[in-house]
Each structure stands twice: as C-alpha cells, then as structure tokens.
Design a protein around this ligand. Structure first.
Ligand SMILES: Nc1ncnc2c1ncn2[C@@H]1O[C@H](COP(=O)(O)OP(=O)(O)OP(=O)(O)O)[C@@H](O)[C@H]1O
Length: 229
C-alpha cells in the first residue's frame, strides 16, 4: 500500500534534511504509529504520502503508484482514496455536523441520494447519531474530532492519515477516539497515526515506527512509545 525506497527530503534553505534515507513498507490493513520528537520528520513523512511535498531522493509509492510519476492532474484522484484527520479538527465552522460530512462527498461528485444515506450512517458509526444539525462550536473537542473522522471516513478511504488526532483532547476522550480509529482500521482501512501520546501507543500495541532527526531508527510490531522527550 505504501512503500518508501531510500527516501530523503530536504527543504530549501535548511541545513539538514527533514527525512534521510527512509525505507519501509506498510501493507493494506495495518495500523501504524509514527513517533519521534518534535522536528523528527513525522509531518514531512505524511506530507510525502499525500503528495503535498515531493521526495528529494528515492521513491514513494502509494496505492501502487510512484508519486514522482503521477501527473499533477491525477493527484486529486489519488487523494480521494486517502482520508486525513488533524489535531485541530479543521471543521467548517458555519456548516452543521451533517453538512461538514456531506461536503466531503459533494466535492467528489457523489449523487445526492447517496449522500443522504451515507451521512447519517457514518455519524452513527462515530457515535454522533442525533447530532446531525449541531454546529461544530456547540460540540466538545472529542465530538468535533468524531465529526472530522466521519468526514475522513465517509468516502471509505483505503488509507487514513491522522496527525496527532488526540493532541487537543483529555486522556479519557482520547481513548474513545482511539477505539473509533481501531474500529475503522478493522473495516480494512489502513491507519497511520503520528502521535506524542505515550499512554495510547503503549496501550494499543500496534506497529511503531520511530523517526529521529529524519532517520528511521525503530520499526517494531506490537511496539511501545519508547523514546524520552
Ligand atoms: N515547509 C518547510 N520548510 C522548511 N523546513 C521545514 C518545513 N517543514 C518542516 N521543516 C523542517 O523539517 C524538519 C522536520 O519537520 P517535521 O514537521 O516533519 O517534524 P515533526 O516530527 O512532524 O514535528 P512535530 O512533532 O513538531 O510536528 C524540521 O527541522 C523542520 O524545521
């Protein structure tokens, strides 16, 4: 599903590369935690997968495609198969919960009837049944993140990328969000999650990939958080 072959990424005017010679494979259906101290390269790793950035050296394959060879006009089509969730939720503040989720389907041209059916279903799945008409500002942080996950999942992406999805949430709420991501993973969606949350990584015992100054320093199945701040 994802393959990095000797991938390095240097940003202009930066003395050291953000990623150095990273090689790894992530298979369909895996759940992977990406850990490492601030600045170790986690966001860069995810931006390469989304083709928001391009590798300086090496090859990035996503869903069987070499991203260096993917023409720009095909990028949106590729991204439709990826869902993204962020620490700061990124909901549209003036749209209701249902409309936030529906929007993800509208932009890819799904028929109205299908949207009408899919939105309540996915809101039910994330535990927000009955809150369709609320505005994001009327929800708790945990609920807002559930909306963001519903929006990311409504198009049934092959891969869900979550960048510190529990970063703004208290420990108990975070556990609920993790259970939800685990459930989504069990439907067959591959999940890659960058996190600084030691408790969650230690509890879930999933594959752990650790970056340090842009290098892959650990790749462990059923791993723990491991590094010190
Ligand atoms: N757009 C950019 N332009 C220049 N340098 C960048 C850019 N994005 C990241 N970097 C640099 O690349 C390195 C890796 O950053 P990256 O954001 O990938 O780390 P991170 O592990 O996601 O950090 P955090 O946990 O704080 O989000 C850092 O040294 C950072 O300053």
């Amino acid at each position: 599903m994802i393959r990095f072959d000797n991938v390095s990424k240097s940003y202009p005017k930066q003395s050291r590369p953000a990623l150095r010679d990273v090689s790894l494979d992530i298979s369909k259906g895996e759940f992977v935690f990406l850990v490492g101290s601030s600045g170790s390269g986690k966001s860069t790793f995810m931006r390469l997968i989304l083709r928001e950035e391009r590798a300086s050296h090496g090859q990035v394959h996503v869903l069987g495609k070499d991203l260096a060879k993917l023409s720009n006009w095909k990028v949106p089509q590729m991204r439709r198969q990826l869902g993204t969730v962020f620490q700061d939720f990124r909901l549209l503040p003036n749209k209701s919960v249902a409309d936030n989720v529906a929007f993800a389907q509208e932009v890819i041209g799904r028929p109205r009837g299908e949207i009408k059916k899919a939105v309540p279903q996915v809101l039910e799945l994330v535990g927000l049944g009955g809150k369709e008409d609320r505005m994001p500002g009327e929800l708790s942080g945990g609920e807002q993140q559930r909306v963001a996950i519903a929006r990311a999942f409504v198009n049934r992406p092959a891969l869900l990328i979550a960048d510190e999805p529990t970063g703004n949430l208290d420990p108990q709420t975070s556990v609920g969000i993790m259970k939800l991501l685990d459930r989504i993973n069990r439907t067959g969606t591959t999940v890659i999650m960058a996190t600084h949350d030691q408790q969650i990584v230690d509890q879930m015992r999933k594959r752990v990939i650790e970056l340090e100054q842009g290098r892959l320093v650990r790749d462990q199945s059923r791993g723990v958080y491991g590094y010190q701040h």
